[in-house]
Write a protein that binds this ligand. Structure first.
Ligand SMILES: NC(=O)c1ccc[n+]([C@@H]2O[C@H](COP(=O)([O-])OP(=O)(O)OC[C@H]3O[C@@H](n4cnc5c(N)ncnc54)[C@H](OP(=O)(O)O)[C@@H]3O)[C@@H](O)[C@H]2O)c1
Length: 266
Protein backbone atom coordinates (compact mmCIF):
# COMPACT_ATOMS: atom_id res chain seq x y z
CA UNK A 1 0.00 0.00 0.00
CA UNK A 2 1.37 3.42 -0.98
CA UNK A 3 0.87 6.96 0.10
CA UNK A 4 1.25 10.18 -1.85
CA UNK A 5 2.49 13.49 -0.47
CA UNK A 6 2.48 16.64 -2.60
CA UNK A 7 5.09 19.31 -1.82
CA UNK A 8 7.15 16.70 0.00
CA UNK A 9 10.70 18.01 -0.34
CA UNK A 10 10.56 20.54 2.51
CA UNK A 11 8.66 21.54 5.60
CA UNK A 12 5.41 19.89 6.63
CA UNK A 13 5.11 17.67 3.53
CA UNK A 14 8.59 16.23 3.96
CA UNK A 15 7.86 15.47 7.62
CA UNK A 16 4.56 13.75 6.75
CA UNK A 17 6.39 11.63 4.16
CA UNK A 18 9.11 10.62 6.66
CA UNK A 19 6.63 9.91 9.45
CA UNK A 20 4.31 7.81 7.28
CA UNK A 21 7.25 5.87 5.81
CA UNK A 22 8.34 5.19 9.40
CA UNK A 23 4.82 3.86 10.04
CA UNK A 24 5.26 1.32 7.23
CA UNK A 25 4.08 2.89 3.97
CA UNK A 26 5.87 3.04 0.64
CA UNK A 27 5.81 6.61 -0.55
CA UNK A 28 5.25 8.63 -3.70
CA UNK A 29 6.55 12.19 -3.35
CA UNK A 30 5.78 15.06 -5.67
CA UNK A 31 7.24 18.53 -5.96
CA UNK A 32 8.95 20.97 -8.30
CA UNK A 33 12.68 20.36 -7.95
CA UNK A 34 14.15 17.06 -9.19
CA UNK A 35 17.38 17.24 -7.13
CA UNK A 36 15.42 17.84 -3.93
CA UNK A 37 13.09 14.96 -4.76
CA UNK A 38 16.03 12.60 -5.30
CA UNK A 39 17.69 13.71 -2.05
CA UNK A 40 14.52 13.30 0.05
CA UNK A 41 13.75 9.93 -1.57
CA UNK A 42 17.21 8.70 -0.62
CA UNK A 43 16.81 10.00 2.95
CA UNK A 44 13.43 8.29 3.39
CA UNK A 45 14.67 4.99 1.93
CA UNK A 46 17.74 4.99 4.17
CA UNK A 47 15.90 5.90 7.38
CA UNK A 48 12.76 3.76 6.96
CA UNK A 49 13.73 1.05 4.52
CA UNK A 50 10.54 1.79 2.52
CA UNK A 51 10.41 2.29 -1.26
CA UNK A 52 10.03 5.83 -2.63
CA UNK A 53 8.84 6.90 -6.08
CA UNK A 54 9.29 10.48 -7.24
CA UNK A 55 7.21 12.53 -9.65
CA UNK A 56 8.35 15.99 -10.64
CA UNK A 57 5.50 18.47 -11.08
CA UNK A 58 5.02 22.21 -10.80
CA UNK A 59 1.58 22.67 -9.28
CA UNK A 60 1.32 26.29 -10.39
CA UNK A 61 0.54 24.70 -13.76
CA UNK A 62 -3.07 24.11 -14.80
CA UNK A 63 -4.97 20.99 -15.92
CA UNK A 64 -2.21 20.14 -18.45
CA UNK A 65 0.18 18.84 -15.70
CA UNK A 66 -2.13 16.07 -14.47
CA UNK A 67 -1.97 13.47 -17.30
CA UNK A 68 1.76 12.96 -16.48
CA UNK A 69 0.97 12.55 -12.77
CA UNK A 70 -1.91 10.17 -13.58
CA UNK A 71 0.44 8.10 -15.75
CA UNK A 72 3.03 8.00 -12.92
CA UNK A 73 0.40 6.73 -10.46
CA UNK A 74 -1.16 4.16 -12.81
CA UNK A 75 -1.38 0.65 -11.30
CA UNK A 76 -0.31 1.86 -7.81
CA UNK A 77 -2.43 0.96 -4.83
CA UNK A 78 -2.84 4.33 -3.11
CA UNK A 79 -4.12 4.16 0.47
CA UNK A 80 -3.34 7.69 1.66
CA UNK A 81 -3.16 11.03 -0.15
CA UNK A 82 -1.69 14.04 1.63
CA UNK A 83 -2.51 17.26 -0.25
CA UNK A 84 0.14 19.44 1.31
CA UNK A 85 1.51 21.61 -1.48
CA UNK A 86 0.63 25.26 -1.09
CA UNK A 87 2.02 28.73 -1.61
CA UNK A 88 1.56 32.15 -0.12
CA UNK A 89 2.46 35.21 -2.19
CA UNK A 90 6.16 36.05 -2.12
CA UNK A 91 6.11 38.93 0.34
CA UNK A 92 3.50 36.95 2.25
CA UNK A 93 1.67 39.87 3.87
CA UNK A 94 0.19 42.59 1.74
CA UNK A 95 -3.12 44.05 0.68
CA UNK A 96 -4.64 42.43 -2.40
CA UNK A 97 -3.80 45.21 -4.87
CA UNK A 98 -0.27 45.70 -3.47
CA UNK A 99 0.71 42.18 -4.59
CA UNK A 100 3.41 42.24 -7.26
CA UNK A 101 2.40 40.46 -10.54
CA UNK A 102 -1.09 40.09 -9.14
CA UNK A 103 -2.62 38.39 -12.18
CA UNK A 104 0.10 35.69 -12.16
CA UNK A 105 -0.12 35.27 -8.38
CA UNK A 106 -3.90 34.76 -8.64
CA UNK A 107 -3.49 32.02 -11.24
CA UNK A 108 -0.53 30.35 -9.53
CA UNK A 109 -2.10 30.34 -6.08
CA UNK A 110 -5.46 29.00 -7.24
CA UNK A 111 -3.68 26.27 -9.21
CA UNK A 112 -1.23 25.36 -6.45
CA UNK A 113 -3.51 25.57 -3.41
CA UNK A 114 -6.91 24.61 -4.84
CA UNK A 115 -6.67 22.90 -8.23
CA UNK A 116 -3.87 20.56 -7.07
CA UNK A 117 -6.05 19.23 -4.25
CA UNK A 118 -9.07 18.70 -6.52
CA UNK A 119 -7.10 17.03 -9.31
CA UNK A 120 -5.11 14.74 -7.00
CA UNK A 121 -8.35 13.61 -5.35
CA UNK A 122 -9.96 13.09 -8.77
CA UNK A 123 -7.04 10.81 -9.67
CA UNK A 124 -6.87 8.65 -6.52
CA UNK A 125 -10.45 8.55 -5.22
CA UNK A 126 -11.91 6.05 -7.76
CA UNK A 127 -9.51 3.28 -6.62
CA UNK A 128 -10.13 4.10 -2.95
CA UNK A 129 -13.86 3.88 -3.58
CA UNK A 130 -13.46 0.50 -5.29
CA UNK A 131 -11.47 -0.81 -2.33
CA UNK A 132 -13.82 0.88 0.18
CA UNK A 133 -10.81 2.16 2.08
CA UNK A 134 -8.74 5.31 1.99
CA UNK A 135 -7.55 8.42 3.75
CA UNK A 136 -7.24 11.90 2.29
CA UNK A 137 -5.46 14.56 4.37
CA UNK A 138 -5.74 18.15 3.17
CA UNK A 139 -3.30 20.64 4.73
CA UNK A 140 -5.23 23.91 4.90
CA UNK A 141 -4.44 26.57 7.53
CA UNK A 142 -5.72 28.49 10.53
CA UNK A 143 -5.82 31.33 7.97
CA UNK A 144 -8.82 29.52 6.46
CA UNK A 145 -10.87 29.52 9.65
CA UNK A 146 -11.54 33.28 9.80
CA UNK A 147 -10.60 36.33 7.73
CA UNK A 148 -7.08 37.62 8.43
CA UNK A 149 -5.87 40.96 7.07
CA UNK A 150 -3.12 41.18 4.42
CA UNK A 151 -3.45 37.54 3.27
CA UNK A 152 -6.89 37.64 1.62
CA UNK A 153 -6.19 35.37 -1.36
CA UNK A 154 -4.24 32.81 0.69
CA UNK A 155 -7.01 32.77 3.35
CA UNK A 156 -9.68 32.23 0.71
CA UNK A 157 -7.86 29.24 -0.85
CA UNK A 158 -7.62 27.64 2.59
CA UNK A 159 -11.34 28.22 3.28
CA UNK A 160 -12.02 26.39 0.02
CA UNK A 161 -9.89 23.46 1.21
CA UNK A 162 -11.69 23.36 4.54
CA UNK A 163 -15.23 23.41 3.12
CA UNK A 164 -14.41 21.01 0.30
CA UNK A 165 -12.85 18.56 2.78
CA UNK A 166 -15.85 18.65 5.11
CA UNK A 167 -18.33 18.20 2.31
CA UNK A 168 -16.30 15.44 0.62
CA UNK A 169 -16.04 13.64 3.95
CA UNK A 170 -19.83 13.56 4.20
CA UNK A 171 -20.05 12.17 0.66
CA UNK A 172 -17.57 9.33 1.17
CA UNK A 173 -17.42 8.45 4.86
CA UNK A 174 -19.96 5.65 4.34
CA UNK A 175 -17.69 4.19 1.63
CA UNK A 176 -14.81 3.72 4.09
CA UNK A 177 -12.96 6.88 3.01
CA UNK A 178 -11.91 9.44 5.60
CA UNK A 179 -11.17 13.03 4.64
CA UNK A 180 -9.28 15.05 7.24
CA UNK A 181 -8.61 18.79 7.04
CA UNK A 182 -5.58 20.00 9.02
CA UNK A 183 -5.38 23.70 9.85
CA UNK A 184 -2.00 24.52 11.39
CA UNK A 185 -0.94 27.82 12.92
CA UNK A 186 2.81 28.52 12.86
CA UNK A 187 5.15 25.70 11.85
CA UNK A 188 8.84 26.46 11.35
CA UNK A 189 9.47 25.97 7.60
CA UNK A 190 10.73 27.93 4.60
CA UNK A 191 7.26 29.43 4.26
CA UNK A 192 7.55 30.98 7.72
CA UNK A 193 11.23 31.94 7.21
CA UNK A 194 12.22 29.07 9.54
CA UNK A 195 10.99 30.81 12.69
CA UNK A 196 12.58 29.62 15.92
CA UNK A 197 10.44 26.86 17.49
CA UNK A 198 8.82 27.49 20.87
CA UNK A 199 5.54 26.80 22.68
CA UNK A 200 3.59 28.43 19.86
CA UNK A 201 5.71 27.55 16.81
CA UNK A 202 6.11 23.81 16.11
CA UNK A 203 8.88 22.09 14.22
CA UNK A 204 7.60 20.37 11.07
CA UNK A 205 8.59 16.91 12.41
CA UNK A 206 6.79 17.37 15.74
CA UNK A 207 3.78 18.81 13.96
CA UNK A 208 3.48 15.93 11.47
CA UNK A 209 3.87 13.32 14.23
CA UNK A 210 1.17 14.89 16.41
CA UNK A 211 -1.15 15.61 13.49
CA UNK A 212 -0.96 12.02 12.24
CA UNK A 213 -1.96 10.79 15.69
CA UNK A 214 -5.28 12.66 15.27
CA UNK A 215 -6.27 10.58 12.22
CA UNK A 216 -9.35 8.54 13.04
CA UNK A 217 -10.13 10.79 16.01
CA UNK A 218 -11.19 13.94 14.17
CA UNK A 219 -11.81 15.12 10.61
CA UNK A 220 -11.02 18.79 11.26
CA UNK A 221 -8.09 19.78 13.43
CA UNK A 222 -5.40 22.37 14.08
CA UNK A 223 -3.10 19.34 14.12
CA UNK A 224 -1.53 19.59 17.56
CA UNK A 225 -2.43 20.57 21.12
CA UNK A 226 -0.55 23.89 21.08
CA UNK A 227 -2.25 25.02 17.87
CA UNK A 228 -5.68 23.84 19.06
CA UNK A 229 -5.33 25.93 22.22
CA UNK A 230 -4.13 28.96 20.24
CA UNK A 231 -7.03 28.60 17.80
CA UNK A 232 -9.52 28.34 20.67
CA UNK A 233 -8.10 31.50 22.29
CA UNK A 234 -8.16 33.42 19.00
CA UNK A 235 -11.81 32.38 18.60
CA UNK A 236 -12.55 33.62 22.10
CA UNK A 237 -10.94 37.05 21.76
CA UNK A 238 -10.90 37.87 18.04
CA UNK A 239 -14.63 37.70 17.47
CA UNK A 240 -16.11 38.63 14.06
CA UNK A 241 -17.01 42.01 15.59
CA UNK A 242 -13.39 42.71 16.59
CA UNK A 243 -11.95 41.31 13.32
CA UNK A 244 -14.24 43.48 11.22
CA UNK A 245 -13.60 46.75 13.06
CA UNK A 246 -11.68 49.59 11.40
CA UNK A 247 -9.35 49.86 14.41
CA UNK A 248 -8.28 46.20 14.02
CA UNK A 249 -7.76 46.70 10.27
CA UNK A 250 -5.66 49.82 10.93
CA UNK A 251 -3.52 48.13 13.63
CA UNK A 252 -2.97 45.06 11.41
CA UNK A 253 -1.99 47.15 8.37
CA UNK A 254 0.37 49.30 10.43
CA UNK A 255 1.99 46.22 12.06
CA UNK A 256 2.43 44.30 8.82
CA UNK A 257 3.78 47.31 6.93
CA UNK A 258 6.30 48.04 9.70
CA UNK A 259 7.40 44.39 9.66
CA UNK A 260 7.76 44.49 5.86
CA UNK A 261 9.88 47.65 6.03
CA UNK A 262 12.21 46.01 8.54
CA UNK A 263 12.40 42.84 6.48
CA UNK A 264 13.42 44.87 3.40
CA UNK A 265 16.14 46.59 5.43
CA UNK A 266 17.57 43.25 6.67
N1 LIG B 1 4.44 26.61 7.76
C1 LIG B 1 3.34 27.04 8.33
O1 LIG B 1 3.37 27.72 9.39
C2 LIG B 1 2.00 26.70 7.76
C3 LIG B 1 0.86 27.08 8.48
C4 LIG B 1 -0.39 26.76 7.98
C5 LIG B 1 -0.50 26.06 6.80
N2 LIG B 1 0.62 25.71 6.09
C6 LIG B 1 0.43 24.97 4.85
O2 LIG B 1 1.23 23.81 4.89
C7 LIG B 1 1.62 23.45 3.58
C8 LIG B 1 3.12 23.23 3.54
O3 LIG B 1 3.75 24.44 3.91
P1 LIG B 1 5.28 24.49 4.38
O4 LIG B 1 5.35 25.60 5.35
O5 LIG B 1 5.74 23.14 4.74
O6 LIG B 1 5.97 24.98 3.01
P2 LIG B 1 7.50 24.90 2.55
O7 LIG B 1 8.41 24.58 3.67
O8 LIG B 1 7.71 26.14 1.77
O9 LIG B 1 7.52 23.64 1.56
C9 LIG B 1 6.79 23.66 0.40
C10 LIG B 1 6.94 22.35 -0.33
O10 LIG B 1 6.11 22.40 -1.49
C11 LIG B 1 6.90 22.33 -2.68
N3 LIG B 1 6.36 23.29 -3.63
C12 LIG B 1 6.22 24.62 -3.47
N4 LIG B 1 5.67 25.16 -4.56
C13 LIG B 1 5.47 24.13 -5.42
C14 LIG B 1 4.95 24.05 -6.73
N5 LIG B 1 4.54 25.12 -7.40
N6 LIG B 1 4.88 22.85 -7.33
C15 LIG B 1 5.33 21.74 -6.69
N7 LIG B 1 5.83 21.76 -5.45
C16 LIG B 1 5.91 22.94 -4.83
C17 LIG B 1 8.32 22.67 -2.24
O11 LIG B 1 9.28 21.98 -3.01
P3 LIG B 1 10.07 22.62 -4.25
O12 LIG B 1 10.70 23.87 -3.75
O13 LIG B 1 11.00 21.59 -4.71
O14 LIG B 1 9.01 22.85 -5.25
C18 LIG B 1 8.34 22.10 -0.84
O15 LIG B 1 8.57 20.72 -0.88
C19 LIG B 1 1.13 24.57 2.67
O16 LIG B 1 -0.07 24.18 2.06
C20 LIG B 1 0.88 25.73 3.61
O17 LIG B 1 -0.11 26.60 3.13
C21 LIG B 1 1.87 26.01 6.55
Amino acid sequence: MKLIVTGATDGIGKSYAHELAKRGFNVVILSRTLEKLQKVAEEIEQRSGRKVKIIQADFTGGAEIYPKIEEGLKDLDIGILVNNVGMASQERQQRFLDTRNLDKVIEDMLNCNVQSMLQMIRIVLPRMEERKKGLIINIASEAGTRPYPQVSLYCATKVFMDFFSRSLNLDYICNGIDVQCVMPLMVSTNMTKNLRTNLLVKSADDFAREALNTVGLTNRTSGCLSHSIQSYLIDLFLTEYVMNSKITAWIATFTFQTLMKHRKLD
